[in-house]
Design a binder for this molecule. Sequence first.
Ligand code: PEP
Length: 251
Amino acid sequence: MRKIIMAGNWKMHKTVGESVALAAQLNAALGDAMEREMLVCPPFTALYAVAKALQGSTVQVGAQNLFPADEGAFTGEISPKMLLDVGCSYAILGHSERREYLQESDQFINQKLKTALEHGLKPILCVGETLEQRGEGRQKAVVSMQVHQGLQDIPAEAMEQVAVAYEPIWAIGTGQTATPSQADEMHSAIRNNLSGLYGDEVAQDVCIMYGGSVKPGNVDELMAQPEVDGALVGGASLDAESFVRIVRFQS
Ligand code: PEP
């Protein structure tokens, strides 16, 4: 069955104290089991404290990145083993900000996915086109390449653990959301890519999330689209009231 996943990406925001306070507010408001997976992805420095604050909660914890090795001489990096140790169950991989500012390649992102899966961390693979690429009509080709390369050599059996987040770069942090039909069309294209790789049955069960200026005011319409199975929320996840409303979308 296709999962619904509602995730908050806190990016480089919040101290440990602020993170724990937000986690406590979310736990109080979302503690009752809903048939949706919910998670927050605080900065590395707050992961342990947030996971502790959310112990036993239905709100899970994810990392915003990882390095594809168990341990070693990789100054400044964090391994999947360490993330599991502090209570993470998910990892956002290939976010466009990391692709752009840290020059992460599809091959490197693919290595991260494989390492995450080997350790039992659930990857959220982010894909999406720039405004320029969309202007040239290349959005489906760009995203298809990211999906194929990001998932290279990942077997069908592992796809139960993988979610894909379609995040058009022009919609991230800009307040400009893809229209529900633009999102649905791109999600359909991604589902077709997945069908080509794994067959229809596997593809139908993969959760494809939308990200890009999701807000309380637009979430219901986005989530009503047949191919939109979840949301990856940046800015609007930093405030408890707004994230709670997003997680409790009405379709
Ligand atoms: C994101 O961080 O992945 C994101 C979609 O950010 P925002 O919701 O702020 O556009």
